[in-house]
Design a protein around this ligand. Structure first.
Ligand code: DOR
Ligand code: ZN
Length: 406
C-alpha cells in the first residue's frame, strides 16, 4: 500500500489516500497539492526512425518528471504508422524501451491516415486512440490534401466509430504563400507562410466533414482566435467537435523568433500575442478542452539550420505543468481549469478508464528552466531561463512513486 498523507486537494481540503501498490511506503505530502496524473493527448516520441531526437527511454523520463502518466503518440515516425503491421511493430519497440527504463508509462497510439492505406483504418479499430490526419505537410511525409481522401477517411471513421484528430492547416494555401516569400530566409516568415487563413480553411473543412458524416473530431493545436470562433459555433451546433491547444501557443508568441530563432519554428506557427489572450478566454469558456504538449523534439544542430532546412517543433512535456502552475499564480488559469485541460476532458473525450495515477505539486516552489536539467534526448527547452512558480514533486504511476524534480 502507498499512503499519501496530508496532501491538499485543489479545493484546499486535506486528503489522506491509500493507493494499492506493491510498494509499502508513506509519502508525507504536507504542503503539496494532489492532482490527477496528467494525460498528454499529443506527443512525438520519434520511435521508430528518429531516435537521435528522442526515444521512449528518454521521453518516459521527461514525461514522468513533468507529471505526465499517459501519452498519445503521433504516427509521423519513420516508417510512419500507417498499417496494422507497422502499428504492431511500433508497440513492441515501445514496450521494450519502457521495460528497459522501468517506467510503465501509459500510452496510446494514433494511426496515420495515408492515401495508399485507407483500407487499414478499419483493421486497427480498437487498437488505436484515433486517426491522425495531416491536412497540411509537417514533419514526416504524411499529408491528406485532397477532398476525396478526406471524405473517405471521415466516412470510414464514422462507420467504425473512431475519432479523427486533425492537424488543420491547408496545404494548398501554404504552397501558394511559400511562393510569395522564396527570397526571404527569416524564421519569422514561417508565421506568414502558414498563416491563420490556412488554419481557418482547414478547420472549416474538418468541421463540415463532421457535419456530413457525424465523425468525432479532435482539432489539434488550436492557435488562433479565428479557429476558436469556428469551434465555438460547431459546439453550439451540437457537433462532436473537441479542441486542443498547446503550451507554446499559450505561453509564446511571434515575438519569440527574435530570441529563439529556429527554436521558435513550429507547426502551426506562433501567432501575435492577442491570440494568446483568446486561447486563455477559450479555456475559460469551455471551447478549448485539452492541452496537448505537442512535444516534438529536434536536435539543437537541426534547429540551428537556416530557414527552409530547420525542422518545425519544440520539446515541452517536462515543463508544461510548470508553465500551467505559474499561470495559476498569475491568475490566468484556475487549478480546476488545469485539471480539466490536463486530464479530465481527455478522459471524457477519449473514454479512458479511471487510473490510480496522481501528481503531487508544490505550488510555491520557484524554479528556473535550464537546458541542462532536461531529460528529453534533444536537451533543450524553448523556455530556458524562465523563472516559474509551482512544480511537480512526485509522480505516482500505477501505485509506484517517481520523484519528479530534477
Ligand atoms: O511543429 C511541428 N512538429 N508540428 C507538427 O505537426 C509535427 C511536429 C513534429 O513531428 O516535429
Ligand atoms: Zn504534433
Amino acid at each position: 500500500m502507498l499512503r499519501i498523507q496530508n496532501a491538499k486537494s485543489i479545493a484546499g481540503t486535506l486528503i489522506n489516500l491509500d493507493i494499492p501498490s506493491e510498494q509499502e511506503a508513506t509519502i508525507d505530502a504536507t504542503g503539496l497539492t494532489l492532482l490527477p496524473g496528467l494525460i498528454d493527448p499529443h506527443v512525438h516520441f520519434r520511435t521508430p526512425g528518429y531516435e537521435h531526437k528522442e526515444d521512449w527511454r528518454t521521453a518516459a523520463q521527461a514525461a514522468i518528471s513533468g507529471g505526465y502518466t499517459t501519452v498519445f503518440d503521433m504516427p509521423n515516425t519513420l516508417p510512419p504508422t500507417v498499417t496494422l503491421e507497422l502499428l504492431k511493430e511500433k508497440k513492441s519497440i515501445i514496450d521494450k524501451q519502457l521495460k528497459e527504463i522501468g517506467i510503465p508509462l501509459r500510452y496510446q497510439l494514433f494511426f496515420g491516415a495515408d492515401k495508399q492505406h485507407l483500407n487499414q483504418i478499419a483493421k486497427v479499430k480498437g487498437q488505436v486512440i484515433g486517426i491522425k490526419v495531416f491536412m497540411g505537410c509537417s514533419t514526416g511525409g504524411l499529408v491528406i490534401d485532397d477532398d476525396e481522401s478526406l471524405n473517405a477517411i471521415f466516412k470510414i471513421a464514422a462507420a467504425e466509430n473512431m475519432l479523427v484528430a486533425v492537424h488543420a492547416e491547408d496545404e494548398c494555401l501554404m504552397n501558394q504563400n511559400k511562393k510569395l516569400y522564396v527570397e526571404n530566409k527569416e524564421y519569422a516568415i514561417h508565421s506568414k507562410i502558414r498563416n491563420i487563413q490556412a488554419a481557418v480553411i482547414a478547420v472549416e473543412k474538418a468541421i463540415h466533414l463532421t457535419r456530413i458524416y457525424g465523425t468525432k473530431l479532435y482539432i489539434l493545436h488550436v492557435s488562433s482566435a479565428d479557429e476558436v470562433e469556428l469551434i465555438q459555433k460547431a459546439k453550439q451546433e451540437g457537433l462532436p467537435v473537441y479542441a486542443e491547444t498547446t503550451p507554446h501557443h499559450l505561453f509564446l508568441n511571434d515575438s519569440a523568433y527574435a530570441t529563439l530563432n529556429g527554436k521558435a519554428q513550429v507547426n502551426p506557427p506562433l501567432r501575435a500575442s492577442k491570440h494568446q489572450y483568446a486561447l486563455f478566454q477559450a479555456i475559460h469558456d469551455g471551447i478549448i478542452d485539452t492541452l496537448g504538449t505537442d512535444h516534438a523534439p529536434h536536435t539543437l544542430a537541426e534547429k540551428a539550420k537556416a530557414y527552409g532546412d530547420c525542422p518545425s517543433g519544440m520539446p515541452s512535456i517536462e515543463v508544461a505543468l510548470k508553465l500551467l502552475l505559474n499561470a495559476y499564480h498569475e491568475n490566468k488559469l484556475s487549478l480546476n481549469e488545469i485539471v480539466s485541460l490536463t486530464s479530465k476532458r481527455a478522459k471524457e473525450i477519449f473514454n479512458l478508464p479511471e487510473t490510480n495515477d496522481f501528481v503531487l505539486v508544490d505550488l510555491s516552489k520557484q524554479t528556473t528552466i535550464q537546458d541542462s536539467q532536461m531529460k528529453t534526448k534533444c536537451g533543450w527547452s524553448p523556455y530556458a531561463g524562465l523563472v516559474l512558480t509551482g512544480e511537480p514533486v512526485y509522480t505516482i504511476l500505477n501505485g509506484k512513486t517517481y520523484p519528479a524534480v530534477t
